[in-house]
Design a protein. Structure first.
Length: 385
């Protein structure tokens, strides 16, 4: 409860062309100074004080039916990972040689890594992160919050009608649209089309629906300054955007309202270090595969095809350990939408996952410290890293 106590004390008071129907959205691209969401939240929320109402997103508050509980899992609305950080290291990517035609890649420098020592209560989740979604999913609202003197201020927002400091990306870079394709690295990040299925030439207003198997991730609108491993983002490929770090110790909140309809494949919502997608999400990156957690991954709500289809499971990976919900799972929001809140507590070294009713959180410009404290007090199922 370190975070809550501190806040309450302060508040004593593959390639493809863009789709023809896509709408490019204007995005502020600063030339020199990154937006404060990169690490300093003090200058945030000046242009996020209000968000126009959006009937298309409000539709997510109306359930389409009653969801069937998982058959074999204990259902919870709260999962908390304790003692997340520590002292260790992971291998970060410092260079990726593009390789020469024709394939396959034969360049010895296709994936160059260097060990990165890390230490702190929340490492490696105190770094910039990105939210990742794979359909079938209906997204209705997304917001990112960073701490201020009285609680948390919203620094990024998206609904089905508007966006601010939040850009939808995918891994379809190459051709003449956005991003690159190389023999050794494959497709880089690209701006996503309105349905996420293709690359777009510029940041595009996402419509909200992800079809079966279609994946996107969200980044801030702030571009990485510099090139190569010496850039402020480290090494990145072509389209480099900052993720969301929150405060200097990594404290931040992600809130997402979504529904996970039943389709031909299973949906998932998870969180990755931004550096993973800036190199190659499914190739050369600092995460690695399976239990070798590397620079980290947090599965917030993942439906596993080999398990109960109504269970949305949660798992955390890092260089330190792999842990799940300790026998508990979230109810999959197949017919009735839900809001998932993830609280990264940089001082307390905890990550709190909460499942709320669809209309229980308003995604407003500020969230009070008392609200966050109440969320954290309900630890639910706990798992010690």
């Amino acid at each position: 409860m370190v975070l809550c106590a501190a806040l309450l004390a302060c508040s004593s008071t593959s390639q493809g062309p863009g789709t023809a129907g896509d709408t490019a959205i204007p995005v502020a691209m600063p030339d020199a100074e990154p937006r404060a969401d990169v690490g300093d939240s003090a200058a945030q929320a000046t242009d996020l004080a209000t968000v126009p109402s959006c009937p298309a997103s409000a539709a997510g508050d109306t359930p389409l039916g009653t969801d069937t509980p998982p058959a074999r899992w204990k259902v919870t609305d709260a999962i908390t990972f304790l003692n997340v950080g520590g002292k260790g290291s992971y291998d970060r990517v410092v260079d990726m040689a593009p390789g020469a035609w024709p394939p396959p890649c034969s360049d010895a420098n296709a994936c160059v890594k260097a060990s990165k020592p890390v230490s702190g209560p929340l490492v490696p989740f105190d770094e910039e992160m990105t939210m990742v979604f794979s359909g079938p999913i209906e997204l209705y609202d997304i917001a990112v919050y960073a701490p201020d003197s009285t609680g948390f201020s919203r620094i990024s927002y998206w609904n089905r009608c508007s966006s601010d400091n939040l850009v939808f990306m995918n891994n379809l870079g190459g051709g003449s649209v956005s991003g690159v394709w190389t023999v050794c690295g494959g497709n880089s990040q690209s701006y996503a089309s309105a349905d996420g299925s293709q690359a777009a030439p510029a940041p595009t207003q996402f419509a909200g629906t992800l079809a079966d198997g279609v994946g996107v991730n969200v980044m801030s609108a702030s571009p990485c300054q510099g090139t190569g491993d010496s850039s402020e983002c480290g090494f990145y490929r072509d389209v480099g955007l900052h993720g969301f770090r929150g405060s200097a110790d990594g404290t931040k909140i992600f809130a997402v309202k979504l529904r996970m309809p039943v389709g031909s494949v299973t949906p998932a919502y998870w969180i990755l270090p931004a550096q993973v997608v800036r190199t190659a999400q499914y190739g050369c990156n600092c995460r690695g595969m399976g239990g070798a957690g590397g620079c980290g991954e947090l599965d917030v709500a993942e439906v596993l095809s080999s398990d109960d289809a109504m269970a949305a499971t949660s798992t955390i990976y890092s260089w330190k350990s792999v842990r799940n919900g300790n026998g508990s799972t979230f109810q999959r929001p197949a017919l009735a939408s839900a809001t998932f809140v993830v609280i990264f507590d940089g001082a307390g070294g905890t990550i709190s996952l909460r499942r709320l009713d669809a209309n229980a959180f308003d995604f407003g410009p500020a969230t009070a410290a008392t609200v966050v404290a109440a969320w954290q007090a309900n630890q639910g199922a706990t798992s010690d890293m």
